[in-house]
Design a protein. Structure first.
Length: 437
């Protein structure tokens, strides 16, 4: 139900999870910083004359039909008077940090999942019996005082809170009281649930599973086919019964991704393409978390199951995979030679806070790392040019691809240098940072 401040609140029994979602965040910050833009359609995205894509837009622009991941040329046709900006990411991080501070004022149990989203555990206790809805209202007021707004979902679990947060925007407050989870979830389409992407939705619908109520009673074999080992977990989510905890927001040490290949890679072109794809995933996660790191590392596992790693410190922190992918390529060359068969590749970015300390420790498990030669170290630390030299162009391109991947999935758009290895993976994993999706 949408919250009504005039209706008395029933007692809250059991867990209480909030999902705080900042409304049209990038565009809202632009309107905050440019008072003349307030109340006007604002679009953050790429150039309409250069095949750009909308990253996000204000609600005034959405009234014209503009949406994230839309071609900028179409957005300009729909809203010709919109104000366009390429984005100011350092400013977005700054405002995000202020808001996360507000959330931590309420509880230490905060799990930030992206630059504009965070879960909170505000379960009433004997020490702090305050009603979760009152906490949610106070958060909205404090965020609004900064000049932006947020929508909040309140429920007994992370999945329920996440769905509730999307029900009423902007500045909505949707509450799913304990005991009403199944009636709230059952009529919703399967795509409303985090973890159900376009491919999963298509397969479920082809078997008659259209709603979360259908998913809750679906055949176990079908759910395993669609979600693998997470099949029963997804059923529990559809029933509103999952109890995954809010992981308190400990300092993130690294953001990484690794892929194991169904067939070993033996050509440098294939290795380079795979690394580019992995770097793209790491870069996207960094931007979602509002993080920028000073160190890049590459892990390589060979056909004989031995593993080596190499890493390099950068001149300044970055979340730009088009800038650090060439560094990863150079590092990989220190670990590989013609004829060597590669079974697994991984990329990590770390050192988010340190500004001057030299890098000495490794990012990957020490028992998997072999000593590097002096020649390898020298080669690894040589300068590496970004794939696109112009930083503004890179930013616009990354903003556009992030918007497309957020809306349609990771495989929606790829750069040409990523395309050689499609289909040759047996699975991937993200080490050290597990975003809730």
């Amino acid at each position: 139900m949408s919250d009504d401040a005039n209706i008395p609140l029933p007692p809250w029994e059991g867990p209480a999870i909030l999902l705080v979602d900042l409304d049209a965040f990038f565009a809202s910050v632009e309107q905050l910083d440019h008072p003349a833009w307030r109340g006007k359609p604002v679009i953050v995205g790429g150039n309409a004359d250069a095949h750009g894509v909308v990253s996000t837009c204000s609600y005034e622009a959405r009234a014209f039909g503009v949406r994230s991941a839309m071609a900028a040329s179409l957005a300009r046709q729909l809203c010709p008077d919109a104000i366009w900006t390429g984005g100011h990411f350092h400013r977005y991080r700054e405002v995000s940090a202020q808001i996360m501070g507000i959330l931590r004022d309420e509880t230490p149990a905060v799990q930030q999942v992206s630059i504009d989203e965070a879960f909170m555990d505000v379960t009433p206790t004997a020490v702090n019996p305050e009603h979760p809805v009152l906490i949610a209202r106070r958060i909205q007021e404090r965020v609004a005082a900064l000049g932006v707004t947020c929508s909040v979902g309140v429920g007994v679990s992370k999945s329920v809170a996440k769905i509730a947060s999307d029900m009423d925007k902007p500045r909505g407050l949707t509450v799913v009281f304990p005991g009403t989870e199944q009636s709230f979830l059952a009529p919703l389409p399967v795509r409303a649930m985090s973890g159900v992407g376009a491919a999963a939705e298509k397969l479920l619908v082809s078997h008659g599973v259209r709603t979360l109520g259908d998913m809750a009673t679906a055949d176990a074999g079908l759910l395993r086919r669609v979600f693998g080992k997470n099949g029963e977990m997804m059923r529990e989510r559809a029933l509103g019964r999952d109890r995954s905890p809010v992981a308190e927001d400990d300092e993130v040490k690294s953001v990484s991704n690794e892929v194991t290949f169904a067939e070993d890679l033996v050509e440098w072109g294939d290795i380079e393409a795979a690394l580019s794809t992995i770097c793209a995933k790491v870069g996207r996660r960094l931007r979602r978390k509002g993080l920028a790191g000073r160190t890049v590392a590459v892990k390589m596992r060979y056909a004989n199951r031995t593993t080596r790693s190499a890493q390099q410190s950068l001149e300044r922190p970055t979340d730009d995979d088009l800038a650090f992918a060439p560094v990863a390529h150079r590092l990989a060359k220190t670990l590989w030679g013609p004829g060597i068969e590669v079974r697994l590749l991984g990329v990590a970015v770390t050192h988010f806070e340190e500004e001057d300390a030299p890098v000495q420790e490794t990012l990957f498990a020490l028992d998997e790392m072999a000593a590097l030669t002096t020649d390898s170290d020298t080669t690894a630390n040589a300068p590496s040019e970004p794939l696109i030299a112009d930083e503004d162009k890179r930013r616009r391109l990354l903003s556009a691809t992030d918007a497309l991947r957020d809306k349609f999935g990771d495989d929606t758009v790829r750069f040409g240098f990523e395309l050689r290895n499609q289909g040759n993976t047996t699975g991937s994993s993200s080490k050290n940072l597990e975003d809730y999706k």
